[in-house]
Design a binder for this molecule. Structure first.
Ligand SMILES: *Cc1c(COP(=O)(O)O)cnc(C)c1O
Length: 386
């Protein structure tokens, strides 16, 4: 696996210390929460005006710097949700009359944002199958401004090869935007593979404790200045307390993601040995269709996996009812192991036949592996299968 970040402190250290300057006696070890909305202003100048909605208060600047260090980006912003991040990131790139190419495998909220909200603003979006060769190239128009992808893909855990897409966006002068929520910067840093913009729902791995809603956008300084204008005017800036909690959550990002990677692999291997499970979808398994690409692109195969029960929807319901430790809840990327059925969450609007066509038949369960003892998790899954 590539671990491209070779110079300077490792990701684990950056997640804890960021760009901390020299230590001074008496400084707090933990950055204080500065819950003030406004700050004293210098006389006779508009320079240095601090206001929470401007994204420039102490807790915001500190976390934003840290995200940039982890992603290898010039600049970053933290917004009040993953959706707020996606909306402001795309509004900074697209104008009425522009065209966006997007992978068809994207978060449900993003799908609606693109096809309902953006369509009403005169921004046309074409959904593309990212696993079909040359699919993006074939659909470029002269109005196309950007390509948007999400990888690994929810909930099938397929991994998109960003390299040919970034070759195309560079050649055509388009922006490549990657929602990298499922991987976290520990497993994937899309900028290393040619992406221009990286988005996270920080609600998931970056915070990791199921208690903060936030989103991030990273890219060049000039681009982030544009996103900041959207954030300020559409009112998408988080409160300092959310930022303070996010910084606290991020300190353990590396150990949390490494542990989730290791446990997910154990669960996937266990699942492959069980006849009640028709298929385990995990890019770390050599049987997964994207195992080779995942090995080249990712530093870890992730904490997300899917189990397809042989008994279909009925078996899934029985299985979920019997689970004691693994929690039936949506969302992902936190300390608690969660399980959900995409047919009742992200893909509820589709028919069973439509879902089956994109690889999500009834009986398909998505797992977000948390930090519980791996053997306890496997024991719970095992007893629920019986
Ligand atoms: C959860 C999620 C979002 C939306 O994030 P919120 O923080 O809930 O607004 C966007 N993309 C992906 C991949 C997600 O999992």
């Amino acid at each position: 696996m590539s671990r491209a970040k070779s110079k300077g402190p490792s990701l684990a250290t950056l997640a804890i210390h960021g760009a901390r300057e020299a230590h001074r006696p008496g400084d707090p070890v933990v950055e204080p929460l500065v819950q003030s909305v406004n700050h004293l202003q210098a006389l006779g100048t508009a320079e240095g005006l601090k206001y929470t909605r401007y994204g420039n208060t102490p807790n915001a600047e500190r976390v934003q710097k840290r995200i940039s260090l982890l992603e290898g980006a010039e600049a970053s912003l933290v917004l009040s949700s993953g959706m707020g991040a996606t909306a402001c990131a795309m509004l900074a790139l697209l104008r009425p009359g522009d065209h966006l190419l997007s992978s068809m495998y994207i978060y449900g909220g993003t799908h609606r944002l693109f096809l309902e909200e953006f369509a009403a603003m005169g921004i046309e979006v074409t959904l593309v199958d990212p696993f079909e060769p040359r699919s993006f190239r074939k659909r470029i128009r002269k109005e196309t401004r950007a390509i948007f992808v999400e990888s690994p893909v929810n909930p099938t855990c397929r991994v998109i090869d960003l390299r040919p897409i970034s070759y195309l966006t560079k050649q055509e002068g388009l922006a490549l935007v990657v929602d990298s929520t499922f991987a976290s910067p520990i497993n994937l840093r899309p900028i290393e593979h040619g992406a221009d913009v990286v988005i996270h729902s920080a609600t998931k791995y970056l915070n990791g404790h199921h208690d903060v809603l936030a989103g991030t956008v990273s890219g060049s300084q000039a681009y982030i200045d544009e996103v900041l204008q959207k954030e300020m005017l559409w009112g998408q800036t988080p409160d300092p307390f959310a930022l303070w909690l996010l910084e606290r959550g991020m300190k353990t990002l590396d150990v949390r993601v490494q542990r989730a990677n290791a446990t997910a692999m154990l669960i996937a291997e266990w699942a492959e040995s069980r006849k009640e499970i028709k298929r385990a979808h995990y890019p770390g398994l050599t049987t997964h269709e994207d195992h080779q690409i995942a090995s080249e692109m990712l530093d870890g195969f992730g904490g997300m996996l899917a189990l397809e029960l042989a008994g279909g929807g009925k078996a899934a319901e029985r299985f979920l009812r019997r689970l004691r430790l693994v929690t039936h809840a949506p969302s992902l990327g936190g300390v608690d192991t969660l399980i959900c059925e995409p047919r009742y969450t992200s893909h509820a609007k589709m028919t069973a036949a439509e879902r089956a066509r994109i690889g999500i038949p009834d009986g398909f369960l998505r797992l977000s592996v948390g930090l519980e003892d791996p053997q306890d998790l496997i024991a719970d899954l095992e007893q629920a299968l019986k």
